[in-house]
Design a protein around this ligand. Structure first.
Ligand SMILES: [Zn+2]
Length: 404
């Protein structure tokens, strides 16, 4: 049974095995003497903690580090290759699988056709097969699988791993990705909204942050993730940042499940822009085609992109007034469309309160195609290597040793 317990939010006991691991992982203390100084533990107790971590295969001691007294101390480091973590990005039209080591270095990736049209059980089974194929391909089929994170384009109830509002994925109503994965693996499985992961990708890889930002995913649909004071804001039902169904005063070009006459998604999402461009006679098969068409400079195409950008900018202006972020980061393939982004910026700065827009930075995210997976690995590694989880593993190992 896959664990639904989230260790990331729990604090480890000071001086515990997990606490010592936290200090090593965050580079705060990477020698035995530094650990003793930082924790106040005796050198022999530090030795016991280090041994416990070595038995778990999580750290190794090697190299030499000149300590202040001139003596050479051996460095403690994370054993990055003692486990795989997997990020699955299940998009509207594609499935992307990435495998990384325990430091988040990507070891392999593969892109396949999307599976969200399938029934959940079949879709998860297909995901599991793709994970196995990729791990085999990179020669790591026997490396322990430490965790999986699945990114979906829908609001998620993070605590249970259920898709909160399946919107255009009716077959997924009430489906628990975590439960479905538990027939294949005991490793922890996390499920998160794609825009939330893009927001998380903007935080530093380790340590604390006081960032306030709004990440906006401009793809086939529109999603957004909020970081408030360094923390992802999920909201009571996982719907925080769900600005795509804000009512707008514009003609909808695609139908939307939200039931509003016209919402931002139905009038200005990538799918809505594609539909408008098709009516104008353009051959649009993907979001990338829209970005390419925009670069061509056709006045009709530019007008469509400008209209969509204006609607998005107007909704974002209300959000900026409301949460006062330091930056708005635009992700998704549509964020590579310069005319769309220019229209968003123009409308946003014109409509929002000067006090909210002062110092506001609006920019396209770097490497948009991998942003969600960067955020996914950050979330997953913080969970898989959470100090409280390491304490839990150490207790399990002790209990097993006593039985044996
Ligand atoms: Zn809608």
């Amino acid at each position: 049974m896959a664990t639904l317990q989230h260790f990331r939010e729990l604090d480890p006991l000071p001086g515990s095995v997990g606490d010592v691991f936290r200090l090593i992982r965050s580079d705060i203390a990477t020698t035995r003497s530094a650990l003793a100084r930082k924790t106040g533990l005796s050198p022999s107790t530090v030795g016991l903690r280090v041994e416990a971590l070595q038995r778990l295969g999580l750290i190794a001691e090697d190299g030499e580090h000149r300590s202040e007294g001139g003596r050479r101390a051996r460095l403690l480091r994370i054993v990055a290759d003692n486990g795989h973590v997997v990020a699955i990005e299940s998009g509207v039209r594609y499935l992307q699988v990435l495998v990384a080591d325990l430091e988040g270095n990507v070891l392999g990736e593969a892109r396949h056709d999307g599976v969200l049209e399938l029934a959940p059980r079949e879709a998860i089974s297909a995901m599991w097969e793709r994970i196995g194929e990729l791990r085999e391909q990179i020669g790591g089929a026997s490396v322990p699988l430490r965790g999986v994170v699945v990114s979906v384009p829908a609001p998620v109830d993070y605590a249970t791993g259920r898709i909160a509002t399946p919107s255009y994925m009716p077959k997924w109503h009430g489906a628990s990705i975590v439960e479905l994965f538990s027939t294949f693996t005991d490793a922890p499985v996390l499920v998160e909204n794609d825009a939330n992961l893009i927001a998380l990708s903007e935080l530093p890889a380790r340590g604390h942050s006081r960032e306030n930002l709004l990440a906006v995913l401009l793809g086939t649909r529109i999603g957004s993730g909020i970081i408030a004071n360094g923390q992802l804001l999920r909201g009571e039902n996982g719907a925080a940042g769900e600005l795509s169904h804000t009512p707008v005063n514009a003609e909808p070009t695609i139908a939307c499940v939200c039931g509003l006459e016209s919402c931002l998604e139905s009038a200005a999402s990538g799918a809505a822009v594609a539909s408008r461009l098709k009516v104008l006679g353009h051959d649009v098969r993907s979001m990338t085609d829209i970005a390419i068409l925009g670069r061509g400079g056709d006045p009709e195409v530019l007008a469509v992109l400008r209209d969509a950008g204006t609607l998005i900018g107007s909704v974002l202006a209300s959000s900026v007034n409301f949460i006062n972020p330091r930056s708005i980061v635009l992700g998704g393939i549509m964020s590579t469309s310069a005319p769309l982004v220019a229209a968003i910026r123009a409308e946003l700065f014109q409509k929002c309160l000067p006090i909210a827009s002062e110092g506001l930075e609006v920019r396209a995210i770097e490497a948009p195609e991998t942003a969600a997976s960067r955020g996914a690995f950050r979330l997953l590694l913080d969970e898989v290597l959470a100090p409280a989880r390491v304490d839990h593993l150490a207790r399990q190992a002790d209990a097993a040793a006593q039985i044996a």
